[in-house]
Design a protein around this ligand. Structure first.
Ligand code: LER
Ligand code: MN
Length: 269
């Protein structure tokens, strides 16, 4: 397993669960200093930085790109793949495909989290799930062109009413014959929704493709009440070789949160 830490460049997400919000060059340097292998990027969109800029920063600091988030599509542009408006859904998918291409050129998968949206109003749950499956078919194919998977993230009930649990995500992938889609096990969301985090990871098995390594209160692991040992044991059992990525609140301060994450990972790996 590899370690990663989140770098955020989206002002609208300044209060979000991201560790380093400094200018990107500084963020890369801090990630390296605190001992991470790779970084996960949360950027305003596909044009905020060039692929070459990111490649050069990654090379300078000896870090890889673990994944790219797409949440700015929602927090900055209000786009959702399950919006009742066709125009909005088309714009959302366009944004997603551009982020897949951006990440793909860096060898990094894109993540669908908040842009999955919610059902309600003019869109029934069945309808919204159909739109979601259609979008994931397209996203999986688009990502395959770059030899990377596309990452779908079940979120807790306060953030989506579509899919909240890992095993429901796995069932959704299988029921819709989705290809090249993997699941993101965000331990914060799972702490709210799952009866047993390790058991859910074992049940989702081969579908797990990325992990947001967060404690129960979304602080660095060790600062809440989640026990990471059985979770990491379950990840080992399913032969997970992806990232443990710190998508966490930068508390008590970004450097301490990053260092605490590395210490926790070293204690369980
Ligand atoms: C994104 O990875 C995520 O976990 C969401 O909760 C962000 O709001
Ligand atoms: Mn997450």
């Amino acid at each position: 397993m590899r370690t990663a830490v989140t770098l955020c460049q989206v002002p609208e997400a300044a209060a979000g669960p991201f560790v380093f919000h400094q200018p990107l060059a500084e963020g890369f340097a801090l990630a390296k200093q605190t001992g991470f292998d790779d970084v996960e990027l949360f950027l305003p969109g596909p044009d905020a930085f060039s692929v070459d800029q990111i490649k050069s920063l990654a090379q300078t600091h000896g870090l890889g790109i673990a994944a790219v988030g797409t949440g700015a599509g929602m927090v900055k542009h209000g786009l959702s793949l399950t919006d009742p408006s066709l125009e909005k859904r088309v714009a959302a998918l366009d944004f997603l495909e551009q982020m897949i291409a951006f990440g793909g050129q860096l060898g990094a998968p894109a993540i669908l989290g908040s842009m999955q949206g919610k059902h309600g109003g003019e869109a029934s749950k069945d309808q919204a799930l159909e739109w979601l499956a259609d979008a994931l078919h397209i996203a999986g194919k688009a990502a395959a062109k770059y030899n990377v998977p596309f990452i779908y993230e079940p979120l807790n009930r306060y953030e989506t009413n579509l899919i909240n649990r890992l095993t429901d995500g796995a069932d959704f992938i299988e029921a819709n014959s989705l290809e090249n889609i993997v699941l993101l096990a965000d331990l914060f969301h799972m702490n709210i929704e799952e009866a047993d985090l390790a058991a859910s990871i074992r049940a989702a098995g081969k579908h797990v493709g990325h992990v947001h390594y967060a404690d129960s209160n979304r602080r660095a692991m060790g600062l809440g009440h989640t026990d990471p040992k059985p979770i990491v044991a379950a990840l080992r059992e399913i032969n997970y070789t992806g990232h443990l990525s710190a998508e966490i609140l930068p508390l008590p301060d970004p450097k301490s949160a990053a260092t605490q994450t590395i210490q926790s990972i070293r204690s369980v790996l």
